[in-house]
Design a protein around this ligand. Sequence first.
Ligand SMILES: Cc1ncc(COP(=O)(O)O)c(C=O)c1O
Length: 383
Amino acid sequence: MGFSTRQIHAGVTPDPVTGSILTPIYQSTTFAQDSVDEYLSKGFSYSRSGNPTVQALELKLADLEGGEACAAFSTGMAAVHGVMLAMLSAGDHAIISDVAYGGTYRLTTQVLNRFGLEFSFVDTSDASAVAEAVRDNTKMVFTETPANPTMKTSDLAAISEITQARGLVHAVDNTFLTPYYQRPLELGCDISLHSTTKYIDGHNATVGGAVVSKTAELHEKIAFIQNSTGSIMSPQVAWLTLQGCKTLSVRMDQQSANAMAIASFLEAHPKVAQVCYPGLESFAKHELASTQASGYGAMMWFEVKGGLAAGKRLMDNIDVWTLAENLGSVESLITHPVTMTHAAVEPEERARVGILDGLIRLSVGLEDAEDLIGALETALEQV
Ligand SMILES: Cc1ncc(COP(=O)(O)O)c(C=O)c1O
């Protein structure tokens, strides 16, 4: 069945008791057992270990990513953390995209490094750099593509060839494109994870995360860590996220079409210094972005002439767009990564990986493209 059919129906069946077409919010800590000998007879024991509403979302996301199983987490960062804890032990080394989300950078450089784990931040847009960075104790390659906020794009199939040849796990943060546009497991990767806070929910209503594993064995490791650390998604968040999933393909297509129109407008504007959007032919990895994924998504960045001061004037004076963190929602958001999402990354490291001081990130939403472009045009006049 097609993606749009599965995003609505996968994992969900009408409630057997009432016929409710939506999976109910099973707000219950514990589940009655038939007898000591028939423990887990209905599949659930205690909501930290499993909950029917959360399970409906997990089944849906596993189906959409083409994986064996999914574990839904309390946040995207809990999902990243869960993968790291499940795949690495003290003394192990992991290779991470040098421009991963700022929270992933903070988690590895300020938390997990205290527990004997080693990380190398590598330009994974160059697969040969990944091969060169592998050490005897390397256990995992963790890529994020397109990366937040630089849009750096890594070749998932080429990196998977390297990880498969060396017996390493390849985990991918697939938050920016979602399984609608990019399915890492079909490209040889082992784990595809999300901040469901973004496009999967899509309505700025929740924070959540998800980890989809290619094999039951990998999923067991993730689920064990999740149950042990207790970083689970709540039934209410799962329910809201289930509703978001139903329109994922429609939202992605319209938001991406809006993004293409905006990127073309910005590229032609005399006050804009540069625009970075995978759908533009000027994008460094345009060909890879066109073949690896079936759409370009709705994230981009640009820089205005006059650098940071001019960029701040634009961000402080724009209508329609909301100055805020987060991305992937129906509301269009404008963000300054250096002071907001990537403030945890040291200035030298930001400069090294291309997070420019004047970089303005756009998460294009579902408003009319003419209104979004009109607001940018007016704000650019004031720069
Ligand atoms: C690519 C990416 N991964 C992970 C996260 C973390 O997700 P959360 O904010 O849900 O913890 C974010 C958050 O912005 C992100 O952009």
